[in-house]
Design a binder for this molecule. Structure first.
Ligand code: C5P
Length: 268
């Protein structure tokens, strides 16, 4: 796979700039795209974006905006001014909100003289089919597990369609939906896939069991992610970008961990 190193987005889930600087130094020349989310942005604000930009890398500002259209329009414009290259919103905010985000993104791109992609979160990769059924549909007892099969993917496809209709550039989705999304909504509709694990131990079927009581002593399997894939599986499944967090940032040697991600993709 060509240029895949630029398609690996490393999640900077830290609470201050010191470990961020260390990681940027450590991965200089090897990593080119970073994600700044709630923790880092809430702690350090625009300084975190400036720091990543100082290293010549791109920024995915993962603040998952979800508010009335006017508020999201203004937030996206501000994010564009800060230097973000990808900005996201929640697709469940609706068509008007997403259209407002896209308009702001276009205006910010024009003002900044660079492309800024606006993408939508479909269904969080931490939500299993059963969780989605609990949150968005109805409550159910232990018996209804089978009925929930495929519900997360179904909802992700529906939300991806709303994002496409709104003119957004793509979606954040699990590896289990990206191929379908690209086939339906076009190859230029970008898919960004988190929930990456080097050993995708729990396939979707196992996840039902894991999230229903069989996890004693196994606190938070896969760090709370439930719809997971390995890096190579995610790219094979059509992801344009993968988001890798703790597999790299939680490793004793992040450079080795990144090299392992590269090796996994190269050998596939
Ligand atoms: O450490 P891990 O690889 O699980 O990190 C995944 C990152 O991707 C986290 O920063 C998380 O907030 C983010 N993310 C996600 N699922 C989404 C959207 C973003 O896991 N749907």
């Amino acid at each position: 796979m060509k240029n895949f190193k630029e398609k690996i987005i490393i999640a900077l889930d830290y609470g201050d700039l010191k470990p961020v600087k260390e990681l940027l130094e450590n991965l200089k020349g090897r990593a080119f795209f970073y994600k700044i989310g709630f923790e880092l942005f809430t702690s350090c604000g625009a300084r975190s974006v400036d720091l990543v930009k100082d290293y010549g890398c791109k920024v995915f500002l993962d603040l998952k905006y979800h508010d009335i259209p006017n508020t999201v329009y203004k937030a996206v414009k501000s994010a564009g001014k800060l230097g973000a290259d990808i900005i996201n919103v929640h697709a469940s905010g609706g068509l008007d909100m997403m259209k407002a985000a896209k308009t702001a993104g276009e205006e910010a791109s024009y003002a900044a003289g660079r492309r800024i992609d606006i993408i939508a979160v479909t269904v969080l990769t931490s939500l299993s089919d059963t969780d989605v059924k609990h949150v968005f549909y109805n409550n159910m007892g232990e018996k209804g597990l089978e009925e929930a099969d495929g519900i997360a993917s179904g909802l992700a496809l529906h939300l991806a369609e709303l994002a496409k209709i709104s003119g957004l550039d793509g979606v954040v989705c699990s590896g289990h939906e990206s191929l379908k999304i690209k086939n339906i909504f076009g190859q230029d509709f970008k898919t960004v896939t988190p929930g990456i694990r080097m050993k995708a131990k729990a396939k979707n079927a196992d996840v039902h069991a894991l999230s229903h009581g069989e996890t004693e002593g196994l606190k938070e399997p896969n760090g709370g992610q439930k719809r997971i894939m390995t890096p190579s599986e995610a790219f094979k499944a059509g992801a344009d970008y993968i988001v890798v967090g703790r597999e790299i940032t939680g490793a004793e040697n992040p450079a080795d961990a990144l090299a392992n991600v590269h090796a996994d993709i190269e050998k596939s």
